[in-house]
Ligand binder design. Structure first.
Ligand SMILES: Nc1nc2c(ncn2[C@@H]2O[C@H](COP(=O)(O)OP(=O)(O)OP(=O)(O)O)[C@@H](O)[C@H]2O)c(=O)[nH]1
Ligand SMILES: [Mg+2]
Length: 262
């Protein structure tokens, strides 16, 4: 990226504090443009620190995960749904084990009937102290011994431009009476992630998990998806289920925008 290509920005550079920039030659608006963040969002974030600017366009919140209420993770194929689910399940399984019987072990509903996906999920979760149940097509909560348990639902990857796929996902969500959270990977085209987030928001999703945060340079897809009205929750930074899973804050996200993964 050359300096001359982005010198036309009319926004004031935001303050960066002592954060190191990917290139000293670039202003913050230029770096945001490098992430393929649309100009309207860059303008909306300008005029204060980058963290404060992010807070103006994105709502940051904890993941809405309550015992007894299933949480389904949806998104495009390969976006990181199953690994993210495994990270959450492993965390709650650990808590349950440490509680010495006060907390119940998590329940995972495998709703992806794509060939090989159950075996893959079971293998990611191997060693976690939890219950994994095949529930292709969803499952009525009455049938699930889910009281007071963390319940996570693994959905198949889908194309949001397919009305059939969206209807099938809604049916699983309705049958399972689940809340819906969207998983979006870093590095995706921000316009595509905007379409996906808008479609999921329309289906009732209210939260967003960012995946592959350490695998891509550009994370504009996360910003544009969150700006569609989904609360930004965790960021996944590793392919291992036991590490690299952080509650995102404006400061953490600002730093990730300004400093590329090393
Ligand atoms: N390094 C790294 N790898 C990730 C991360 N999230 C997902 N992956 C990898 O990305 C690939 C796809 O992840 P999955 O969790 O299988 O994605 P999915 O959305 O469940 O995929 P489908 O079920 O096929 O739609 C796997 O190889 C994961 O290990 C991450 O945050 N960091
Ligand atoms: Mg999967």
């Amino acid at each position: 990226m050359t300096r001359s290509s982005t010198d036309q920005h009319t926004t004031q550079p935001v303050e960066t504090g002592d954060v190191v920039l990917p290139s000293n030659a670039l202003s913050v608006p230029e770096i945001l443009a490098w992430h393929s963040i649309p100009q309207e969002l860059i303008t909306a974030m300008a005029g204060s620190s980058l963290a404060e600017g992010l807070e103006r366009v994105i709502h940051f919140a904890p993941l809405p995960l309550t015992p007894g209420i299933p949480l389904a993770l949806g998104g495009a194929s390969g976006s990181g749904k199953s690994l993210t689910l495994a990270k959450l399940a492993a965390r709650y399984a650990r808590q349950a084990r440490q509680s010495k019987g006060k907390l119940r072990q998590p329940l995972v509903l495998a709703c992806d009937s794509t060939p090989g996906s159950y075996i893959k999920l079971a293998s990611i979760l191997r060693g976690c102290d939890l219950e994994l149940v095949k529930a292709y097509g969803g499952m009525d909560p009455e049938e699930i011994d889910g009281q007071d348990r963390i319940i996570l639902v693994d959905l198949p990857g889908l194309c949001v431009y397919s009305p059939t796929a969206m209807t099938e996902m809604r049916e699983v969500i309705d049958r399972t009476k689940a809340r819906l959270s969207l998983v979006v990977p870093a590095g995706m085209d921000p316009e595509e992630s905007t379409d996906i987030a808008a479609a999921f928001h329309h289906c009732g999703a209210d939260s967003l998990i960012a995946s592959r945060m350490e695998q891509a340079g550009r994370i504009g897809s996360i910003i544009t998806a969150a700006a569609c009205g989904l609360s930004l929750t965790y960021g996944s930074y590793s392919g291992s289920i036991n590490e690299g899973f952080t509650q995102l804050t404006p400061a953490i996200l600002a730093r990730r925008l300004l400093v590329l993964p090393g």
